[in-house]
Design a protein around this ligand. Structure first.
Ligand SMILES: CC(C)(COP(=O)(O)OP(=O)(O)OC[C@H]1O[C@@H](n2cnc3c(N)ncnc32)[C@H](O)[C@@H]1OP(=O)(O)O)[C@@H](O)C(=O)NCCC(=O)NCCS
Length: 201
């Protein structure tokens, strides 16, 4: 038992679907429910996340601001309810989460999260829409990509609702945080519908 848990800490396998939004595409329009507010993350509000997710997450979000990432927070009835960020690769290939490569000239959406109590209300779709608008306003025409969990499929469903398309499945293995294998298989977006038909929200 102890050996198994030690091994699982040393060896980390991660599988994700990759999704993308074409260079100049905006997202689908989403009607905002009453009481929902989407705001860019700034030095004034960045620490709001701490109340719900703790200081370590707030520190990560402050670092994202320092690094020039674009963030959006969502509030519901005045309470902090979620976040989503976009990082620009610049003109090189960058690596996120130890195995997700993006760039050159792409924005990777990352650090997406919605408060457990408020899931299933469309807040993540609203975050995606607001973040894509920020990217378009501040960076312009650029391909926007995201890695989404293969299970559960909520993030895949939300991205597709907002106009993103499935492009592939990526699986990578890290041993002691070092990447030892990485395989990305291209997929056609038509494969998404059958996957989502079996969804279990
Ligand atoms: C993924 C996450 C951000 C979704 O937030 P949310 O506000 O509940 O998402 P939304 O309500 O905007 O959209 C979810 C969509 O997925 C669907 N869905 C929910 N659970 C699902 C599941 N298990 N399988 C498939 N689809 C699911 C919902 O029905 C909805 O689609 P619909 O509008 O067509 O009905 C949230 O669950 C979360 O924070 N998870 C943990 C962190 C994470 O996985 N982040 C993803 C980063 S890419």
């Amino acid at each position: 038992m102890k050996i198994a848990s030690t091994l699982s800490r040393l060896v980390n396998t991660r599988a994700v679907y990759m999704v993308a939004l074409a260079d100049d595409c905006r997202t689908a329009e989403r009607t905002q429910s009453t009481g929902v507010h989407l705001v860019p993350v700034t030095w004034e509000n960045v620490n709001d996340v701490a109340k719900v997710r703790g200081d370590a997450t707030a520190q990560t979000m402050r670092q994202l601001l320092v690094d020039g990432a674009l963030g959006v927070y969502v509030y519901m009835d005045g309470e902090f309810a979620g976040h989503f960020w976009g990082v620009h690769s610049g003109n090189e290939i960058k690596r996120m989460w130890g195995g997700v490569d993006y760039g050159p000239d792409e924005v990777l959406l990352c650090w997406g999260w919605v408060d457990h109590e408020r899931r299933g209300l469309g807040l993540f779709q609203s975050l995606i829409g607001a973040l894509v608008n920020r990217v378009r306003d501040e960076i312009g025409s650029i391909r926007i990509v995201a890695d989404v969990p293969v299970d559960p499929l909520a993030s895949l469903a939300a991205h597709r609702r907002m106009g993103f398309r499935l492009t592939g499945r990526l699986e990578y293995v890290r041993v002691l945080r070092k990447l030892v294998s990485r395989k990305e298989v291209p997929m056609d977006d038509s494969a998404a519908e059958p996957l989502l038909r079996h969804k279990s929200p």
